[in-house]
Ligand binder design. Structure first.
Ligand code: DX5
Ligand code: ZN
Length: 215
């Protein structure tokens, strides 16, 4: 059974508390929090005060996806806000080994994110330091984009690397996840599915989460 991490980027910001409570009452496992700086990705999402407001109501772990340059500058702050998992982009952090150690020292679980164009082979010597690897299945920056099918092959390759190194690293996928792509991903070895527009755009978001959970 995959873990489900609904992305609040697709929630109704004018009714954020309502949407957080929906996730609290659903079979979802985590809250996926997308932080964008307008530099690493073209878009800007939300920052610290909004995350503090989310943390006040969320009853499940916060899975914080940093799409920002030099994420090292803010790790302690995100940890203090209540992040349980912090993922940083391989493409945005020069000294990834140090950054992962910093996340763990701050008391959080640590993960690396790869853009669609970054091969999983770059993780060979850092995988043992990761609680989780997040593979982007769209180019980061926006919700509602089309799933990139090559991601399935990447999941299989990454799963083989994890097995080969005898690790229990989780594989999370983000972008264009729905019941169809979700099924392919779970079959390929994905452990955590992020879903934004598929969940929050649904008539019955809780049922939609339940559907993903049972893939
Ligand atoms: C994209 C974000 C995603 C986004 C996914 O840059 O990292 O988490 O919210 O949205 P959907 O599920 O709509 O593709
Ligand atoms: Zn994300």
């Amino acid at each position: 059974m995959p873990l489900i991490s609904p992305s609040l980027l697709a929630s109704d910001f004018a009714n954020l508390q309502r949407d957080i409570e929906m996730v609290n009452d659903s079979s979802a496992d985590w809250f996926h929090i997308d932080v964008m700086d307008g530099v690493f990705v073209p878009n800007i999402s939300f920052g610290m005060p909004v995350i503090a407001a989310i943390a006040k109501h969320a009853k499940k772990p916060l899975d914080v996806h940093l799409m920002i340059v030099q994420p090292e500058r803010y790790i302690e702050e995100f940890a203090k806000l209540g992040a349980e998992i912090i993922t940083v982009h391989y493409e945005a952090s020069t000294h990834m080994h140090r950054t992962l150690a910093q996340i763990k020292e701050a008391g959080c679980k640590a993960g690396v994110v790869l853009n669609p164009s970054t091969p999983v082979s770059v993780l060979e010597d850092i995988l043992c330091e990761c609680h989780m690897v997040l593979l982007m299945s769209v180019n980061p920056g926006y919700g509602g984009q089309k799933f990139i099918p090559q991601t399935i092959r990447k999941v299989e390759k990454l799963k083989a690397m994890i097995t080969e190194q005898n690790l229990d690293t989780l594989i999370e996928i983000d972008g264009g996840v729905n019941d169809k792509t979700g099924k392919q991903l779970v079959d390929a070895g994905a452990d955590v599915l992020v879903a934004g527009s598929y969940v929050f755009g649904a008539k019955d978001p809780k049922e939609t989460i339940k559907g993903l959970k049972s893939l």
